[in-house]
Design a protein around this ligand. Structure first.
Ligand SMILES: [Zn+2]
Length: 244
């Protein structure tokens, strides 16, 4: 009998925890997993394969970067539709009632106790794991992917770098990527770090004085193992010289 459901994963899992690099990698949107008791938040299965549920290709890219750079990596275990590990709890995008153009039935008028339960189960353990891995690290990098088209508008960038206080780190990452003239690289695009609406960069990085940024890669470029490998090699080549 194969009817038993897969067990639910931990809220945070560690890859290469003994990595020697002075860099911590995180992947806040690594997983689209939603435990069965949430009934997929009322969404059809296809919706859970879309960007609204996770960052397609990001976990695999982050895993290869962890290996190439010998850096530890913290992966989230659950879909951002349950609670977003890169948003402060309580803001509207933390447990989105609507994501892009899709209403999330299971997030409508969510009772405070249910929101608190999701925070305790899926958000807090992830943040505790990130915080536990930071001592001794001098850089923090989140690995993300973004959709080629957002609300009908095509995005021109292949990759983007998002940062707040760490302007030198952000500029160095952007310069490294722009060394390839074929690339259009977003500078705080396709998203902008907002201290009140973001979590990893302002809380784990900027507030601790640890240079922090998010790398965003367009998800169609991560649609095959060859694409992921190519971007992992490219990013490792940009990041490695900065870790001195
Ligand atoms: Zn993301």
């Amino acid at each position: 009998m194969k009817s038993r459901a897969e067990p639910d994963p931990p809220a945070a899992s560690l890859v290469n925890p003994g990595g020697a690099a002075p860099l911590l990698l995180v992947c806040e949107h690594a997983s689209n997993h939603i435990p069965a008791r949430y009934h997929a938040l009322g969404l059809p299965p296809a919706a859970l394969q879309r960007h609204i549920a996770w960052d397609i290709g990001a976990a695999a890219l982050a895993g290869r970067l962890a290996a190439l750079l010998d850096a530890p990596l913290v992966l989230s275990g659950y879909s951002r539709l349950l609670i977003d590990c890169n948003r402060p709890p309580g803001v509207p995008s933390s447990i989105p009632a609507r994501s892009e153009a899709t209403d999330i039935p299971g997030n409508q008028a969510l009772p405070a106790a249910a929101a608190a339960e999701r925070e305790a189960l899926f958000f807090t353990p992830f943040q505790q794991q990130v915080a536990a891995m930071l001592p001794g690290r001098r850089w923090l990098l989140g690995v993300h992917s973004f959709t080629p088209v957002f609300l009908g508008a095509a995005r021109p960038w292949q990759a983007g770098v998002l940062y707040g206080a760490a302007t030198d780190f952000g500029a160095a990452l952007i310069a490294g990527l722009r060394a390839d003239p074929a690339l259009t690289v977003g500078d705080n695009e396709p998203y902008r770090i907002e201290p009140e609406m973001d979590f990893t960069v302002p809380v784990h990085g900027d507030a601790r004085g640890i240079p922090a940024a998010l790398i965003e890669v367009r998800q169609d470029l991560l649609g095959s193992p060859a694409g992921i490998e190519s971007w992992a090699l490219r990013l490792a080549g940009v990041i490695r010289p900065l870790l001195r």
